[in-house]
Design a protein around this ligand. Structure first.
Ligand code: SAH
Length: 394
């Protein structure tokens, strides 16, 4: 008999609703000799077949479902079909960029697998034991669908340790050329594939960068947590008069400098400021320095449910000072990329921050991750990036 898992009777509802994860507490029995990453069939307590997934003995997420179709084997054809579906979906989106997320993990039916495309390079991140086990099949599917592309792996993320996996960075196929440039909505933007954050770039902000561009005409912009200044490039493309970028990483600011100049803007149109945003915003408040538009795109503040309150205080602090830094009638674009931060709580935090700052805020747009980062209806956790465009008045 194939390796299998039987669930507790009281804990089978989410699997029946095709949520892609089975938590360790839901497992009643493991049948067979199952190793990390092996494929298992999952059954209800009464013996009904529910799905087929990857077993991960070291993780609280004990099984991640590959499929809810009993006739589907987890083989080369399976991965090729899933990647082909993901590719067709992206081709239908009219992204206006040659940098896009090809596979968004669970939301593309491939739990633990992230694949980003940057021009002619695919960068893959494998986060789960199941994904790691099938590396060769995934790479072979990529080679088939994108024959002349290079493939890199950037599995250097701490969450792999929860799955009993080492961190890995490697070149897997094609030319070894790590400095890349993508073209997004007419902008040329550099991507540092080996050392950049995540797989090198924040593709999830593409649509929001475009919105910043539409709002930026003739404005002075403060771009906090700028990373490689992609929001700055977009704001300048939209006619911003000046952008101040703040980040703690000098490497990111250096690449940002190149990005801005290679898009035809001049050195007097921007300022690079290596600083801690929390401190810089307090200084602006003390000096009463204000901007027409402030962008706040901080890193993830929440790693666990127990950390949510502390994170909420961090978001409120930064948004209160962010609101102080906006001129009367100006714009605040504020984001949270923490999956554990609910949208309604984020909105409430901004509302509280506005009260504390003594300013009036109107929410004029509700933002999310770009369309190449879909959210599967059975997996609401896939919605991690939230943003608000706020009009700030006295
Ligand atoms: N807006 C960017 C992505 C931001 S990622 C884009 O769309 O490309 C978050 C950035 O915040 C990183 O570059 C990191 O170096 C920076 N950062 C983290 N903590 C910081 C702090 N306290 N002050 C300033 N920058 C910080």
């Amino acid at each position: 008999m194939a390796n299998s898992i039987v669930l507790h009777e009281t804990r089978e509802k989410s699997a029946k609703q095709q949520h892609p994860w089975i938590f360790s507490k839901a497992v009643f029995e493991v049948k067979g000799r199952v190793n990390s990453g092996d494929t298992v069939d999952v059954y209800s307590h009464s013996g009904e077949w529910l799905g087929r997934g990857a077993y991960s003995p070291d993780s609280q997420i004990r099984v991640r479902f590959w499929t809810f179709n009993q006739s589907q084997s987890i083989d080369h054809v399976f991965f090729l079909n899933r990647l082909q579906e993901a590719k067709s979906m992206r081709e239908s989106l009219a992204l206006n960029s040659n940098g896009y997320r090809l596979v968004a993990g669970e939301s593309d039916g491939l739990p633990g697998v992230t694949i980003d495309i940057y021009d002619k390079v695919a960068v893959m991140q494998l986060l789960s034991a199941g994904a790691d086990k099938h590396r060769d099949k995934i790479v072979s599917a990529l080679n088939k669908l994108y024959p002349d592309y290079s493939v890199y792996e950037r599995s250097d993320v701490a969450v792999r340790e929860k799955e009993g996996l080492q961190q890995v960075v490697q070149h897997l196929s094609g030319d070894e050329n790590v400095q890349h440039c993508i073209e997004e909505n007419g902008m040329r933007l550099n991507v540092d594939i080996l050392k950049g954050h995540k797989t090198g770039f924040y593709l999830d902000q593409r649509d929001n960068r475009y919105i910043a561009r539409l709002l930026a005409k003739d404005k002075t912009v403060l771009n906090c947590f700028s990373y490689t200044c992609t929001f700055a490039c977009s704001a300048l493309a939209g006619g911003a008069s000046h952008v101040t970028n703040i980040d703690v990483s000098q490497d990111a600011l250096n690449l940002g400098n190149e990005n801005i100049l290679q898009n035809g803007h001049s050195a007097d149109q921007f300022t690079q400021y290596k600083a801690d945003v929390f401190t810089a915003l307090r200084t602006y408040h003390k000096e009463q320095t204000q901007f027409d538009m402030v962008i706040l795109d901080p890193p993830k503040f929440v790693d666990s449910k127990s950390g949510l309150n502390k994170a909420a205080r961090g978001y409120k602090d930064i948004n209160m000072y962010g609101i102080h830094a906006v001129k009367n009638g100006g714009i605040l674009m504020t984001f949270s990329c923490s999956g554990l931060m609910p949208s309604d709580l984020f909105q409430k935090i901004i509302a509280d921050a506005a009260l504390d700052a003594g300013r009036k805020v109107q929410f004029i747009q509700f933002l999310s991750q770009s369309s190449d980062h879909p959210i599967l209806s059975t997996y609401p956790q896939g919605h991690y990036l939230k943003g608000l465009v706020c009009r700030v008045t006295d």
